[in-house]
Design a protein around this ligand. Structure first.
Ligand code: ZN
Length: 380
């Protein structure tokens, strides 16, 4: 009798401790998900990559990849003309927050069969077949000066400028890019091409790229378009990070997209820019990242659903470009990439799940852009 009372009391204490432990972990958000030290190794075994984990490409090489393609041209009368007489153009589509281990949702990896590529409607698979799919990394070199957050602003800007945030000025989402390192969209607009960048995230225009926007506003002959696709023009500056009403309205489209939350808004905007004749078109799909923050990166049904959708939208854009190449004497460099991964419902830190990224392109990367001896955090 006495003994069983003690047991009951002990059980009650244990239950209370268990409840306390659960409450603690519930408060600490993504900390409860532990990073897998074998993540990069596992991802590298998919059999879909042109390079290896050890030769993962730092994301700043996207900029140089674009330069190689366009700098082989003569830019005259607002067009980049290749030695073969074709007009060269560039499409960059961002898959915000799409972890590398979400690729098996759409690609054939070993014996695993995935829908989009099986039915022949996968954008990423089409680029993989045409050029290649590459393991890459964001976040700078861990524990060195170049370390930067595995975040949206720092990463996309690194893709666009060819350098880490130590040089372009953005290491966190709150930083503004300097004008010492321009995006390739601005550089080629200054040379006479028509370029555009579209996103549906206010911060990227109001804070991160504001100096470029001011520069283009002051130089109207530079044909670069910035568009926050779901922004409505305002009469008064309300709660925003934009410095002025003029800046706020400058990046708003004539008609804001009401389908931005499903990424079809971005697909349609990008298709419209292509149709309008832009030479460089950049657009970022946002909702894989949104699903990650809400339901979990790389694990939730909602996240995988967003991956499948964006991949289908990207395929629609590829078809539009393919049609133009048949009729318009154009040849396109196409790059699809993510900015960062995620762990639990967050990102920004230096885990393998957040740092490991991917780049797909229809023109193979020069091997000179491969890193050497990358271990998931640093190069040799
Ligand atoms: Zn992001």
């Amino acid at each position: 009798m006495k003994f069983s009372k003690i047991l009951l009391a002990t059980a009650a204490v244990a239950t209370a401790a268990a409840v306390a432990a659960v409450s603690l972990t519930a408060c600490s958000k993504s900390e409860e998900v532990v990073s897998d030290s074998d993540y990069l190794n596992k991802v590298s075994q998919y059999g879909v990559w042109k390079n290896t984990a050890q030769t993962s490409i730092p994301i700043y090489q996207t900029y140089h990849h674009v330069h190689d393609f366009l700098d082989a041209c003569t830019i005259e009368n607002g067009s980049a003309v290749a030695p073969n007489g074709k007009i060269r153009k560039v499409l960059f589509l961002g898959f915000d927050g799409m972890r590398a281990d979400a690729l098996p949702v759409i690609l054939q990896t070993g014996a695993k069969v995935a829908n989009n590529s099986k039915t022949g409607v996968s954008g990423i698979s089409a680029l993989q077949q045409a050029g290649g799919l590459y393991l890459a990394y964001c976040g700078g070199e861990t524990n060195t000066d170049t370390q930067q957050t595995t975040s949206t602003s720092a990463s996309w800007t690194t893709h666009f400028t060819g350098v880490w945030g130590t040089q372009h000025g953005i290491k966190t989402n709150d930083d503004a890019k300097n004008l010492d390192h321009k995006t390739f969209m601005l550089e080629y607009a200054q040379q006479g091409l028509s370029t555009s960048i579209a996103f549906d995230w206010d911060q990227y225009f109001d804070v991160n790229l504001k100096e470029e926007i001011k520069y283009v506003m002051a130089n109207p002959d530079v044909d670069m378009t910035f568009c926050d696709i779901d922004r409505a023009k305002a009469e008064k500056l309300k709660k925003t990070y934009a410095e002025t009403l003029e800046l706020y309205n400058y990046v708003a489209p004539e008609t804001p997209s009401d389908s931005a939350p499903y990424d079809t808004g971005m697909r349609d905007y990008v298709l419209q820019r292509i149709e309008n004749g832009d030479d460089i078109v950049c657009g970022i799909f946002h909702n894989i990242d949104s699903a990650g923050h809400e339901y979990g990166f790389g694990t939730s049904t909602q996240y995988n659903g967003a991956v499948m959708n964006c991949d289908l939208y990207a395929y629609s854009v590829l078809q539009a470009i393919e049609a133009r190449e048949q009729t318009e004497n154009e040849e396109w460099l196409i790059v699809f990439a993510n900015d960062h991964g995620g762990l639990g419902t967050g990102h920004g830190e230096q885990t393998l799940e957040e740092r490991t990224t991917w780049i797909a392109t229809n023109v193979p990367f020069s091997e000179e852009y491969y890193s050497d001896g990358y271990d998931g955090f640093n190069v040799k």
